[in-house]
Design a protein. Structure first.
Length: 309
């Protein structure tokens, strides 16, 4: 049983439209699912990914309108690292992000920047042989597009988590300190700890909620028992419609999810129309007439390109 790298990363936004403009507009990801937060159906849960919505490229946001901006601290993921093809892509993104008013920092073959709410991202030149997971965008040549996750960095003391990561989850320790790789048959991702800042963490807009690691569908129950036996107090296997999930907090405090590869985002709409309509899981579908009018209408940058075709 091996985890296949990162499945998705879920973060928090206070402004769904600004979030959509940035992730689908500026970064060129595809909005592959527009749903609602299952704890509060008057607000959005947005999923962005590559063109086909593959695990390994999926960043999702819960919207909490007007929530104050947070600050990553101990026990939280503070940076999301994406792969790009090479130095040419780093230069392209430096220019593109600068032209949208951001202030990216280039260090050799990496580029760091924050989204409009302060969530930190980094682009790095892909070293792994994994399939590039890219989305189409008329202003972004395919060979320069984001290619999916390389890894995430968290703030924490690594020692309490070392045994769980290595002996239970099968993360492979790598040289250079608190650094591991979760690699399966097809994909892999890094998990890295950095020294936490002295400021207290504050959950809020622009912070990561959890990271999900990809499992084979037939192994999720077995993973649930494995992490339970390791003392993590996981949830039962929860059906999220697009995948099935188990949640637990790893000892250093970061919220982990294990999520199945599939059934995926085409379970309730065709590939060519992903993310266009509001998708409600079967539990909420009968409430559509109540839910839809409470949501602010979103303008997807992709609609404008579709009209230009
Ligand atoms: Zn999740």
């Amino acid at each position: 049983m091996q985890l296949e790298g990162i499945h998705h990363v879920t973060a928090i936004t206070a402004d769904a439209q600004r979030n959509l403009d940035f992730y689908a507009g500026t970064l060129g990801l595809r909005l592959v699912k527009k749903s609602v937060n299952q704890d509060n159906t008057s607000v959005y849960h947005l999923f962005y990914a590559d063109e086909t919505g593959e695990p390994g490229s999926d960043i999702t946001f819960f919207e909490y309108p007007n929530l104050p901006t947070g600050r990553a601290g101990v026990g939280m993921i503070h940076r999301i690292v994406w792969r790009v093809a090479g130095a040419e892509a780093i230069d392209f993104w430096h220019d593109r992000l600068t032209n949208t008013g951001l202030d990216p920092a280039q260090t050799g073959e990496t580029l760091s920047f924050t989204d409009p709410e302060g969530l930190a991202h980094e682009l790095t030149v892909a070293q792994a042989p994994d399939e590039p997971l890219t989305a189409h965008h008329p202003e972004i040549p395919a060979n320069l597009a984001l290619q999916g996750f390389d890894g995430v960095r968290a703030y924490a003391d690594p020692e309490p988590s070392r045994t769980l990561l290595e002996d239970t989850l099968g993360f492979d320790p790598k040289p250079g300190g608190a650094r591991w790789e979760a690699r399966g048959e097809h994909r892999g991702s890094f998990y890295i700890y950095d020294l936490p800042p002295s400021e207290r963490p504050r959950k809020g807009a622009g912070t990561v909620h959890h990271v999900a690691w990809a499992t084979r569908p037939e192994e999720i129950e077995s993973w649930q028992r494995t992490v339970a036996d390791a003392g993590t107090h996981p949830t039962p296997v929860i059906d999220r419609h697009y995948f099935r999930s188990v949640y637990f907090r790893e000892p250093s405090g970061v919220l982990f999810e294990l999520a199945t590869i599939g059934p995926g985002f085409t379970i309730d709409e065709p590939l060519e129309h992903l993310g266009e309509k509001l998708s409600l899981t079967p539990r909420y579908e009968h409430l559509r007439e109540q839910i839809e009018p409470t949501l602010t209408l979103l303008r997807n940058p992709r609609d404008a390109w579709a009209r230009l075709k």
